[in-house]
Structure formats: C-alpha cells, structure tokens
Design a protein around this ligand. Structure first.
Ligand code: F6R
Length: 594
C-alpha cells in the first residue's frame, strides 16, 4: 500500500513532493523518502514520518523528482529499505507501490550479472532492471524492466539528465495531475489537489511518459487516449476544518454524508441502483464480498436484504472467498470497498466474473480499480476520508445498501413510505447522537483504563458490535471482540469479570428481551456493562453501569445511529490514551497487498 508521487515542471520539486507525501501518509507511514533528478540524482530517505524527513533535507533546486511513503512489506522499516531505490550507478531512482512476486529470482539473476542490491526490498530490483536494459533509451528500458516483473508494480522512475517521469500502473492506483507547465503523478487525488483539479486515472498495464508539458500513455506498446476528469471536491474537503483529528471531523460529517448520498440516489431515481437491472435475471441469490469495515457493512446488508426482500444473502470476507471450494455461479454479487482498490476484493471480482456472476461495486472513490472490474458501480458520497479508520464511508455504505434493497422490499406501500421517511430523517437522528458527544466522551474516559473489552449485539446490530470492536482496537490498541450476544456464554464467559467490560447494543427491536437476559448473566459475572439504549428505555438505567442514550429509529436503521455512538466511543478512548488516532500503527487506508 505505500503512497508514491512524482513531479515535473517549472517549480522546485522538493517542497511539492513533501507536501504531496504529507497527503499520502494515510497509505503508510513507517518511512519515507524523495529523490530529485538533475544531472545526477540526490536521494534523501529515513524511517519515520514526512515531517521528520523535511528536517534532514538539504534544499535542492531540481524540478524533477519522486517521493514515497512506505508501509513495509519486504523488509522492516529502515533507512536502507525506505524508497526511493537506485541502480548501481546511482543514475536511476524508483518509487514503487505493490509487491513483486518473482523478486527472489530477479535478485539472483541481477546478482549473477554483477548488480549489488543493498536493501531487503522487492522494489530494488526495478532500478537495476532498468539499468540492465538501458542502452540510451530510458522509456524502452522501463518497458523492458516492467516486462520482467510478475506482481503488482505501480511505480515511477526518474533518471539523471532526463526531463521525464516514467510511470507504470499494475494493481494499485496511479493518477496523473495535469497542470499548467507542470504535471504530477500520485497514488491518490488529495496529493494533487493543491496543484490541479484535472486528472487522468491510469489503468492496469498503462505506461505513462510525463514531461512538464506533455502526458503520453501507452498500453501494450501503443499510444492511447485517456480521458481527463475534473475533480469536483476541493482540498478544503480533505482538511481538518478545526477538528483535532480527521476521524472526529469525519464522524461529524455523517449527517451530511447521508444527505449527500441520498440526494445523489434520489436525483437519479430513474436509473435507481437496482439489483436486477443488470442484464436481467431474477433476484434469487445474493452474495456480498468485502473486507474489514466494509465486510461489516456487508453483514448489515444481509439483514437489510433478507428482511426487506426475503432472498437469501451470503456474505463472505473477500480474502477468504478465493479459498472456498465452490464459487457460486449466476448470482447477483455486491462488492463493497470504500477505497475501490483492495486487492482481495479485486481478486474476488475476477473469480466471480469468471463464473458468470453479475457484480455491483459499492465504492467511495470515483475511477478506482473496482469501478472498472465490476459490471456496475454505485458510488457512496462520503467525500475524501483521510483517517485510516473508516467511519463516514461505512455509514454511506449502509445507506447504499438500504437504497439497493428498498425497490425490492416485499412490504406494503404504507410500510415502504414509512421506511423512506425514516431513511430521510436519519441525518437528524445521527446529529442527535453527535450532540451527545460529551456524555460519550465521559464514558470513554472510564473505558480507556481497561485492556480487554467485549462488544455484543444481536440481529442487525451484531455486525455493529463487531464494527464497534474493530474501531476500538485499531485506534486505541485495546483488545476488543465483537460477539453475538447469545454466543458469549459458549466460551468467552470464562474471560468475564471486573476487569473485562462489555459494551452492549440494546436499542429496541425483537432481540431486546434475549439481550436483556444476556446482560443479566454478564452482570452476574461482575463485568462492568455500558449499554447503548433508546432514550425511553426504563430497564437499562437500573441494569447497566452506564447508559449511552440513542434516539429511537426504525430497528432496520438502528445500525446507523448505533455505530455513530460506537465510533465516538472509540475515538474518545483513543484520545484519552494519547494514541495517534488518524494514523494507527501498522495500518494503511488502502490495502493493495495480499
Ligand atoms: C477499518 C478499515 C479497514 C477497511 C478494509 C477494507 O477501519 O478501514 O478494515 O475497511 O481494509 O477496505 P476497503 O473498504 O477500502 O476495501
């Protein structure tokens, strides 16, 4: 996953690369580096974040350069493993995002030919391959090097004395920012927005040759046209806007995100996303594939679709799907991925399509790889999400799933009207949860003292317990597990006690009575219990140790309000523990590796 950037133009490259790298740090941040090309190449790199790199840089006037922020795959985070990597002569420098499968063989071959590779990385073979093939033609040498690589090789190369960036895209995003007397290349749009809003999305197999005044894209050796898109959101949308962390800002944006996503869907009502409008076929079996938080959205989707549409829904983690013996055939598949670049999801799509399944992608990123791989895309309108932990994109995914299911709801007209009305009122209900932030922060202070926490829920809120636990563990480093309330007694009960609190989602639906029983059993084992309960619940204040009040909504929509409270709870716990909330250790926002 890593972030890469390249600049060529009439300005000094160094500050531009540093600024752009800062915008890409969510992709990986264990080490970073830049290289500037003039008659020679200067490389600066180190472990740690971009701000630290800025301090050790010597000012450089060069106007061509590349940069990298790393999420280690091959070799620990260290100065020597940090990118850019160079050839023997130090005339070529490369930044790379992806993993090269045949790098051991290539390393051996290069070593036999006299190349000395210094790092443990797979990337380092690339500049050496370019060096091997260089006979005076930089472009040809890069093409030949790329031809040797098996795996994911999205990369940018520069060469001393060359006024060109040469980039290749395979399996990770790469976007060209088209400027005025300058051009940029980066892994994601926010890195480009300070300089231009005009972008070209490269596709797998593309090789781009970029100078200050020209962009040439080749596919299979032939020059092709790639459309220039205008980005409609601004850098301001991607900045903190007075909040201490992106995560808090992004949670607070949720009412707007719901409104924007619904407005978008309603304005296209004539082409409303629908499950069967994909080339016919009856709506019989649905399979949903996703990873992490998006997988939890998929699990909520199962309850939504099975409840409303009354068809069986199978939900699988995309990374496990490729291992299951039987791939379904002729089904309607929905893949959910906020980034649109998750490799496990892209691989799952290939398998689905090979078996004749129709694939709808739900994603937040326009032009991302998933949009090309799927038959059809439904965009969520969450805007840029910078915090590594997904929040507003999750809520937007839930809205997309309601929207997908509602046209097929086997309910009478009055119930359908009621549901649509409730859906439209969700922003107000979510705002009520946000207005309760101080109360949630107070409970978070207590929770921050524990090392292990269970989250429980039932029915449609079971995946919300899982997602609440995931949020807590990823940003506060507290061990947390999300369980179906009824499952806790089948083993985890042995861990209950004063030192193991339980967060229970108890908003009212047909699971209320059994979950009250579960809480009584948990209390009997002395675990402190924090519940999420509706404001008019008069049982919970006596039963639980702490009650976070949640506005009442139709049970079908309760995941949206409940997760907002759990996101805030995780946020304030992490803040209390002094964690780096937006950039948790070892994680990355876009997971383009296996
Ligand atoms: C957790 C989180 C991850 C992602 C997962 C899939 O907060 O963000 O679990 O949900 O890596 O990412 P996407 O949705 O981009 O496929």
């Amino acid at each position: 996953m890593c972030g890469i950037v390249g600049y060529i133009g009439d300005k000094k490259a160094q500050p531009i690369l540093l600024n752009a790298l800062g915008k890409l740090e969510y992709r990986g941040y264990d080490s970073c580096g830049i290289a500037i090309a003039n008659k020679s190449i200067e490389v600066y790199k180190d472990v740690g974040r971009v701000k630290a790199l800025a301090k050790i840089l010597e000012p450089h006037n060069g106007k061509v350069g590349i940069g990298h922020t790393r999420w280690a795959t091959h070799g620990e985070p260290s100065k020597i493993n940090a990118h850019p990597h160079s050839d023997c002569a130090g005339k070529i420098a490369v930044v790379h995002n992806g993993t090269i499968n045949n790098f051991s063989r290539l390393r051996e071959m290069l070593a036999e030919e006299g190349h000395v590779l210094a790092s443990e990385t797979d990337t380092e073979v690339i500049p050496h391959l370019i060096e091997k093939y260089y006979d005076g033609d930089f472009e040809k040498a890069v093409e030949m090097a790329v031809g040797e690589i098996d795996g994911a090789y999205t990369m940018i190369a520069i060469m001393a004395g060359e006024s060109r960036l040469i980039a290749a895209r395979k399996d990770s995003p790469l976007i060209i920012g088209v400027g005025d007397r300058e051009n940029l290349i980066a892994s994601d749009v926010p890195a480009l927005l300070d300089y231009t809003s005009r972008v070209i999305y490269l596709e797998d197999g593309d090789i781009a040759v970029v100078s200050a005044s020209d962009v040439k894209v080749k596919q299979n050796g032939a020059v092709i046209d790639r459309e220039v898109h205008e980005i409609s959101w601004s850098m301001e949308d991607a900045q903190k806007g007075g909040y201490e962390h992106f995560m808090l800002k992004e949670i607070h944006e949720q009412p707007k995100v719901i409104r924007d996503t619904l407005t978008d869907y309603l304005s296209k009502a004539e082409t409303a996303a629908d499950l069967t409008g994909m080339g016919g076929g009856s709506l019989e079996n649905i399979i949903i594939l996703a990873c992490g938080t998006s997988y939890h959205a998929g699990l909520v989707g199962k309850y939504i679709i099975e409840d409303l549409v009354n068809v069986p829904v199978r939900v699988e983690m995309a990374d496990e799907f490729s291992l299951s013996g039987q791939s379904p055939a002729g089904n309607q598949a929905i893949v959910i991925t906020q980034s649109g670049e998750t490799l496990d999801v892209l691989k799952a799509i290939k398998r689905l399509k090979a078996n004749g399944n129709r694939v709808i992608a739900v994603t937040n990123v326009v032009g991302s790889s998933v949009t090309r791989a799927a038959d059809r895309t439904i965009y969520t309108r969450a805007g840029p999400e910078i915090c590594v932990a997904a929040t507003k994109t999750f809520v937007a995914q839930l809205i997309a799933l309601y929207w997908l299911a509602l046209p097929y709801a086997r309910v009478n007209a009055a119930r359908l009207d009621e549901l649509v009305l409730e859906l439209r009122q969700l922003p107000v209900k979510v705002q009520q949860v946000l207005d309760n932030e101080a109360e949630i922060a107070a409970y978070a202070k207590k929770l921050a003292a524990y090392d292990n926490v269970f989250y429980i829920g039932k029915g449609i809120n079971y995946p919300i317990a899982m997602e609440g636990a995931l949020k807590l563990k990823e940003i506060s480093y507290i061990h947390a597990e999300g369980y179906a309330a009824g499952e806790l007694k089948h083993g985890p009960f042995s861990l209950l006690g004063e030192k193991t609190p339980v967060v229970a989602v108890v908003t009212q639906d047909n699971t209320y009575e059994p979950i009250v029983t579960s809480i009584k059993e948990i209390k009997a084992r002395h675990s402190p219990v924090i519940v999420l309960a509706n404001e008019d619940d008069d049982v919970m204040p006596d039963l639980a140790d702490s009650v976070i009040t949640i506005p009442r909504v139709d049970p079908l929509f309760s995941p949206v309000v409940n997760i907002t409270a759990l996101q805030l709870l995780a946020y304030f716990v992490a803040k209390e523990r002094g964690c780096p909330i937006d950039f948790p250790r070892n994680l990355a926002k876009t997971v383009t590796v296996e």
